[in-house]
Design a protein around this ligand. Structure first.
Ligand code: ATP
Ligand code: MG
Length: 299
């Protein structure tokens, strides 16, 4: 399947600052793609290039097979985006703004669409007031609602959870997960991420404008040297004791045991079952922070 986003050898230079150095990433359809890196690593710059808001200095960028800088109008209705500097005119109400954007995005019923995207984040509770009266969290919620107008095939969210309350974070998580089930793509940039950890399918770690590692979660775990097996058992205490005796490094979370440094789940399950302990393998729990730390320090 064709990639939704293709970035090849992209550079971005602002005066004397090289913000992006030869970045290459691919985002496939239906993925929940995390772009993670320290402050100033180039996340927002890259996402603005992908959205067609700024021009790359060098390199190739395609979104749905189209050059976003030259032909932004062709991707505009399929792409929703939110950035930290999202700012409607001060005097516009959130309602008027979302309805206006819904018209631009060719929604069948702009008023209905505006309400549909406002509701999950509670924007409709304050949206009759002008934008300049909004708190930072309210501004973020409006920007998020905007990004989801017409349920676009691709949504780009730059640091979406900053300033958001818990309800809005959960609402966002639910939307992203549901979209992935419908094979719709989300790219999320962050320097810290917790809610999405278990839902991320692909990622790229950036540092100093460069891609340190990118790919599917499992590929990245492999590349940064995280090998682990997760098993579930009804006798975690006994199982842990056996595994420790066999010199496995383990972590126990309730009925779940993570066995580090091993990739052979069958061997571990067999070992336990031979000693009368029921065990089954589970999909591996992803520890993004560990992956991130390893990726950044291995350079
Ligand atoms: N318009 C601009 N003019 C000059 N330099 C810029 C501009 N935009 C970004 N930069 C520089 O490019 C680099 C990357 O910035 P960018 O905003 O992409 O980082 P980021 O990874 O999004 O950081 P953060 O986590 O703080 O949001 C930084 O050194 C920044 O100062
Ligand atoms: Mg940024």
């Amino acid at each position: 399947m064709k990639d939704v986003i293709l970035v090849e050898n992209v550079w971005k230079v602002f005066g004397r600052t090289v913000a992006l150095r030869n970045i290459s990433i691919k985002v496939s359809k239906g993925s929940v793609f995390l772009l993670m890196g320290p402050n100033g690593s180039g996340k927002s710059t890259l996402l603005k290039i992908v959205t067609g808001l700024i021009k790359p200095s060098r390199g190739k960028v395609e979104v749905f097979g189209t050059n976003p800088w030259k032909q932004r109008h062709r991707i505009f209705t399929h792409l929703g985006a939110m950035f930290e500097d999202h700012a409607p005119p001060d005097w516009t109400s959130g309602k008027a703004y979302l309805e206006y954007k819904s018209i631009l995005k060719k929604a069948e019923n702009p008023e209905k669409e505006a309400l549909a995207v406002a509701k999950p984040f509670g924007v409709d509770t304050f949206w009759k007031h002008p934008f300049y009266t909004y708190s930072s969290g309210m501004k973020r919620k409006l920007a998020l609602a905007d990004a989801f107008i017409n349920d676009p095939d691709l949504v780009i969210l730059d640091d979406p959870t900053v300033a958001l309350d818990k309800e809005a974070r959960l609402a966002l998580q639910e939307i992203v997960v549901n979209r992935a089930k419908q094979n719709k793509t989300c790219v999320i940039a962050s320097h810290i991420i917790t809610e999405f950890e278990q839902h991320i399918t692909h990622l790229a770690f950036l540092n100093l404008g460069q891609t340190i590692v990118t790919g599917k979660i499992e590929e990245v775990m492999d590349k940064v040297g995280i090998h682990q097996v997760t098993i579930r058992t009804n006798k975690p205490g006994k199982a842990a004791a056996i595994l420790m005796k066999k010199r496995y490094a383990i972590k126990v979370y309730g009925n779940t045991i993570i066995v580090e440094g091993s990739e052979d789940a069958n061997e571990i399950v067999k070992l336990l079952e031979n000693l009368g302990i029921k065990a089954e393998t589970e999909e591996s729990k992803v520890n993004l922070w560990e992956m991130y730390t390893r990726a950044l320090t291995s350079r």
